[in-house]
Design a protein around this ligand. Sequence first.
Ligand SMILES: Nc1ncnc2c1ncn2[C@@H]1O[C@H](COP(=O)(O)OP(=O)(O)OP(=O)(O)O)[C@@H](O)[C@H]1O
Ligand SMILES: [Mg+2]
Length: 492
Amino acid sequence: MPISIRFDNSYARLPDAFHHKVAPTPVETPRLIALNRPLAAELGLDADALDGPEGAEIFSGNAVPDGAEPLAAAYAGHQFGGFSPQLGDGRAILLGEVIDSRGARRDIQLKGAGLTRFSRRGDGRAALGPVLREYVVSEAMHALGVPTTRALAAVSTGEAVIRERVLPGAVLTRVASSHIRVGTFQYFAARGDVSGLRALADHAIARHYPEAGDAERPYLALLEAAIARQAALISKWLLVGFVHGVMNTDNMSVAGETIDYGPCAFLDAYDPAASFSSIDEFGRYAYASQPNIGQWNLTRLAESLLPLMDPDPNAALEQARGALKRYPELFNVAYLDGLRAKLGLAEAREEDLRLAQDLLDLMARDRTDYTLTFRRLARAAERPEGDAALRASFADAAGFDGWLARWRARLAAEGRAPGEVAAHMRRVSPAIIPRNHQVEAMIEAAVERDDFAPFRDLLAAVAAPYEDRPAHAAYADPPPESFGPYRTFCGT
Ligand SMILES: Nc1ncnc2c1ncn2[C@@H]1O[C@H](COP(=O)(O)OP(=O)(O)OP(=O)(O)O)[C@@H](O)[C@H]1O
Ligand SMILES: [Mg+2]
């Protein structure tokens, strides 16, 4: 019996200008590498039926399930500050949408599924390494509590893709609450297509911000809501040490989910200026620049929405400015709340930012490991003698001791039980992130030796980031010295 998926394809019903209806290009010998069974169940899919050759057929694009209406979406985007009026899905093909077990609409999309009208000079394909990276890192982000697209399946294609060298090809099946990007709005705005813009905004409101639809000014409310979600999202990135790496406006979801894990990386050593992507020469998308870039991108969204916001252009501009002005405050509040939690503080006080910033400054100076430092701090919270490994990680031991004394005094003033404080801290500061050296080792095993055991092990570890499980202990370790400085390459 063919697999049945209950599609309801609202994006396909939007006007022609929104998409190119195109089927995936079949691949030679699809092999299912991974199926996310819990996610499949959440989507109402038959995980047993999909966990084998039939799943390989569907998730490679070789078999298009009944009810799917494959399409490539049109979008534009600012890439490293320069505007491209037409990008679009050059290698991703949306199969359709399903309503999940909680009643939410979710996209099911194949990334690497072949040529579309938007492929430009690309081959429409993805390489196995980047597919596995996106699978592991997006699932890690989900487990960390960061809004993100999800990975439903990975399939190898049996075909080669040519990059700097010949690599095995693969397709990632990605699930998202939508694939509407800031660049999707820019696409219609740049063409002066106000009716398309309105259709898009109405679609985004219905799908992501239904309360905005009831507001006096729905399009302003859409902008405000998108700004709030983006501020919250980027604060979460910083709090787990995530560097997106390619925050172009076409890689910013209007739903506030992290999307496009091309050259992303997590901080090992804390360095606010950290930037890993080989194409981000000037550090535009460095770790600590992400909040500002978020605002820059949201300003592009605001500009795109102006024609809808008010018939009077000056009034529209005024409203957009007002909405954007709130972003820094929204970000700062969310980030400081997160830092407080990482320090185990339950009460908000004036001096909290200073306390947190002083620790971050010490960490930056001595390049301590971002993840380990906070995790060890939880241990220090429940031990009066402190944590020897933590102290040893600071070259400036006296500086750190001074900070530790201030922090302990602050905790003592709150008077909570040390065990409780430590438990709270461990709920927000992970033991395990997808460490860059582990991700690279996992990719090498898969690509060079067809060995997917490291992929499965890493995935299992990052799926339980806040737990200290002995079996996962190796994944909590920082990189060995020999790993050296890390560089990522756009996973095209
Ligand atoms: N191999 C390829 N073939 C065709 N088009 C490509 C290819 N790689 C990237 N593109 C296109 O180049 C543009 C920018 O690429 P970018 O790396 O941001 O996106 P992506 O990783 O392909 O996809 P997404 O943003 O959907 O995760 C997009 O329009 C994308 O579709
Ligand atoms: Mg992209």
